[in-house]
Ligand binder design. Structure first.
Ligand SMILES: NC(=O)c1ccc[n+]([C@@H]2O[C@H](COP(=O)([O-])OP(=O)(O)OC[C@H]3O[C@@H](n4cnc5c(N)ncnc54)[C@H](O)[C@@H]3O)[C@@H](O)[C@H]2O)c1
Ligand SMILES: O=P(O)(O)OC[C@@H](O)[C@@H](O)[C@H](O)[C@H](O)CO
Length: 469
């Protein structure tokens, strides 16, 4: 195949003169974010030549079809307010479909592989509200049953015994068991999804599931799988790949079917051990810390919490993207009020620079971050990103007016249909947002907050203020 066509250069490693690093990281849930974040950090590490990624998609094989013909190479477009920067990212060396369970099992069981990373979205973990695996979910229950039969009955050299779990954690457990049987040694498991205490949640969920499936796997998991916690940050919106492919061709001469657009800012904080080694991610700007919670809380409460406010209130005021919503004075004041509450719950940080940087990032007019995308599942997001701050502020004897206004904004979004209706609430019951409707909606977020008679009036005041502005 010739690399150059009349239109441009078809991406391939020989065409652009890039080597293929060895497969030492497996990723599940290949999408835009993994490529803008973990793949980018790996490509920039000082020992990048030693670390290649085998990436499995989550639910569709679309990216296999687009990335495999270009040897996993893709262009990362860093979109700043004043222009674009184009980088070719070579760290993904093989792309496979997420439902190719035997290929995933074989990759994780390879003794050269040291790390398994995940970006399967918050919903992909299939956890119940308390954080344990949702055993009422038929797919979870079916995988537990299937894996129990497969893993307690197979010959030691048969890695899958034909088992085809459908859930992400089911596939991870099957693959980890194959690694155990192969004697391939310990591995680090890194969740890169926006979940509070993502490492702790994943460790507890896998331990619970493994305990139901196989005592040998449960024991090995405790000894040989190091679950690392992370705070991950880089705004990476969904894009029109066709439009962006044109922009890449114009700027670079590359024919790229799968570019990614992201912002220039990036941050990665990790906490945990990598028993089989890892890329020198610090050389690319990542940080390792002993205690992840404050970093995670800062990012989830401030960036994602503000996004939830902008997505719910912003849409009711006619905005479609973050960059215009943040310049609407009412939305901006509400975000600042929420951040004031957040700041009191984050005493370890001086947040002036962080707040200024967030505003600048949100304002980037060339990043088209759609509010409708961010508003998905906003009941769970408000529960995880606004409620903990409200509870902390109330426990400290303060009013939590920023959180109350954020919750009021969410209620207006629910009533307007720009945020999803929480389970158990009837649309007709919240038309007036009267005292009982407000109490029901606060209760859908958190029972304790709904019982706090001192908090409800602040929500009522905020609704009045928002409706009359
Ligand atoms: N995009 C961002 O700005 C950003 C920033 C920080 C963190 N994240 C985290 O990364 C996740 C993925 O974001 P993205 O931009 O790559 O999205 P994306 O839509 O480009 O990719 C999501 C990937 O997850 C898979 N997936 C979706 N639902 C799944 C399920 N139920 N089970 C298994 N796999 C599933 C998809 O098939 C796809 O491979 C987010 O949900 C978030 O937790 C994203
Ligand atoms: O679906 P969410 O709310 O977890 O995320 C939507 C965006 O807020 C999120 O993807 C941010 O862009 C990201 O967390 C920035 O690092």
């Amino acid at each position: 195949m010739t690399a150059a066509t009349d239109a441009g250069v078809r991406l391939s490693r020989p065409a652009v003169g890039l080597p293929t690093p060895p497969e030492r990281i497996v990723h599940l849930g290949l999408g835009a974010f993994h490529r803008a974040h973990q793949a980018w950090y790996t490509a920039r590490a000082s020992n990048a030549a030693e670390w290649g990624i085998v990436a499995f998609t989550g639910r569709s094989r679309d990216l296999v079809d687009r990335l495999s013909p270009q040897d996993g190479l893709f262009t990362l477009v860093e979109r700043a307010a004043d222009g674009d920067r184009f980088d070719l990212i070579p760290s993904i060396v093989r792309v496979e479909a997420g439902d190719d369970v035997p290929a995933f099992v074989a990759a994780v069981a390879d003794p050269q592989v040291a790390i398994l990373t995940l970006t399967i979205t918050e919903a992909g973990y299939r956890l119940a509200p308390g954080g344990s695996p949702d055993l009422d979910d038929p797919a979870v229950a079916s995988d537990v049953d299937l894996l129990h039969r497969a893993l307690t009955g197979v010959a030691p050299d048969d890695t899958t015994n034909g088992a085809r779990p459908s859930t992400a954690l089911g596939r991870v457990l099957l693959a980890l068991d194959a690694r155990r049987r192969a004697g391939a040694g310990p591995i680090a498991l890194v969740s890169c999804d926006n979940l509070p205490d993502n490492g702790g949640l994943v460790r507890r969920a896998l331990t619970d599931l493994a305990g139901r499936i196989s005592p040998d796997l449960a024991e090995w998991l405790g000894e040989s799988v190091s679950v690392v916690s992370t705070s991950i940050d880089r705004i990476t919106p969904a894009i029109d790949a066709h439009v962006e492919s044109h922009a890449v061709l114009e700027a670079t001469g590359w024919l790229d079917d799968a570019p990614v657009v992201t912002e220039p800012f990036s941050d990665w904080v990790l906490s945990g051990k990598f028993p089989a080694g890892r890329p020198d991610w610090e050389s690319a700007g990542a940080r390792f810390v002993d205690e992840i919670a404050p970093w995670e809380n800062r990012k989830l409460w401030m960036l994602n919490g503000a996004h939830t406010v902008l997505a719910t209130l912003g849409q009711t005021r006619g905005h479609t993207v973050v960059s215009t919503a943040i310049d609407d004075q009412l939305c901006r004041d509400l975000v600042e009020a929420l951040w004031d509450d957040d700041a009191r719950q984050l005493p370890d940080f001086d947040l002036a620079d962080y707040r200024a940087a967030l505003l600048e990032r949100f304002r980037n007019p060339r990043i088209e971050h759609r509010l409708a995308q961010i508003a998905l599942d906003s009941t769970t997001k408000a529960r995880l990103r606004i409620v903990p701050v409200a509870l902390g502020e109330r426990a400290a004897g303060r009013d939590a007016t920023g959180c109350a206004a954020a919750i009021a904004a969410w209620m207006l979004g629910v009533r307007a249909g720009t945020a999803p209706m929480p389970d158990g609430i009837e649309p007709a019951a919240i038309v007036d947002l009267d005292a009982s409707a407000r109490k029901a909606l606060i209760g859908a977020l958190d029972r304790r907050l709904a019982e706090d008679v001192g908090f409800a009036p602040h929500v009522a005041d905020a609704i009045t203020a928002l409706e009359t502005s």
